[in-house]
Write a protein that binds this ligand. Structure first.
Ligand code: 13P
Length: 246
């Protein structure tokens, strides 16, 4: 039985439309009925759904986040982009930044650092994703990669109180593979230790499902999960939460 505060963050990626929101009735019911467990549920849908979702979740304990933003905190001529303030304005409280799917399409540590700074200024809580690729893991570069991503991504950010880390090994995302418990413990400890006396919350992400979450939650320095595929089904998402607190 896990007795601590746990985060369950749903990253819907580029999935979902207005009809999808109807499927959330069961999770709302579950959350309303769940008085004993300390949990924070955050849904990060595509930008198109932030406003309708935040309206729907208004009188619930569930919160809404975004998945990325432009680095410029002001308005500007950036076709197709939105900034952190605009996302906050339509109901986002959190934002995922540094996701490997965006790193793979060209986002650098430097750009992520600018995005984090602009999101902090806008008052969003940041879920900052880091993680090694399979090649980096095989070459025993995991710690080196994590250190670099943390140092560069959080460069010259003094107040880190609104930052949550998400350790997402790239090779684990969408593959059904999760790290061996011992490796995961080592990586999360490594991340935590880099922050000295005031470590941030650290989530794990990558193929989390209701079958493997029992193993993952046993690593008690993990503060929750960032969930992709399985978060698109309320039933699967609720199962994950239930098994975490079992
Ligand atoms: P999956 O849970 O589908 O592996 O995705 C993880 C992820 O990328 C969450 O940000």
């Amino acid at each position: 039985m896990t007795n601590k505060y746990m985060y369950f963050v749903a990253n819907w990626k580029m999935f979902g439309d207005l009809r999808t929101l109807n499927s959330l009735d069961s999770i709302i019911k579950f959350s309303n009925a769940n008085k004993k467990n300390k949990l924070k549920i955050v849904y990060c849908p595509p930008n198109t759904l932030i406003r309708p979702l935040s309206k729907r979740l208004k009188k619930t304990k569930l919160e809404v986040g975004a998945q990325n933003c432009h680095e410029n905190e002001n308005y500007g001529a950036f076709t197709g982009s939105v900034n952190a303030g605009m996302l906050k304005n339509v109901g986002a409280k959190y934002i995922i930044l540094g996701h490997s799917e965006n790193r793979q399409s060209g986002e650098t540590d430097k750009l992520i650092n600018l995005k984090i700074k602009s999101a902090i200024k806008s008052g969003l809580k940041i879920i900052f994703c880091i993680g090694e690729t399979l090649v980096e893991k095989k070459n025993k570069k995991t710690n080196q990669v994590l250190a670099k991503q943390i140092n560069n991504g959080l460069k010259s950010i003094k107040n880190k109180s609104n930052i949550i880390l998400a350790y997402e090994p790239v090779w684990s995302i969408g593959t059904g593979l999760i790290p061996k418990s011992n490796d995961l413990l080592k990586s999360v400890s490594f991340i935590k230790n880099r922050f000295g006396k005031k470590p941030p919350k650290i989530l794990y992400g990558g193929s989390v499902n209701s079958n493997n979450v029992a193993q993952l939650k046993d690593i008690d320095i993990i503060d929750g999960f960032l969930i992709g595929g399985a978060s698109q089904s309320s039933k699967k998402f609720i199962d994950i939460i239930k098994k975490t607190f079992n």
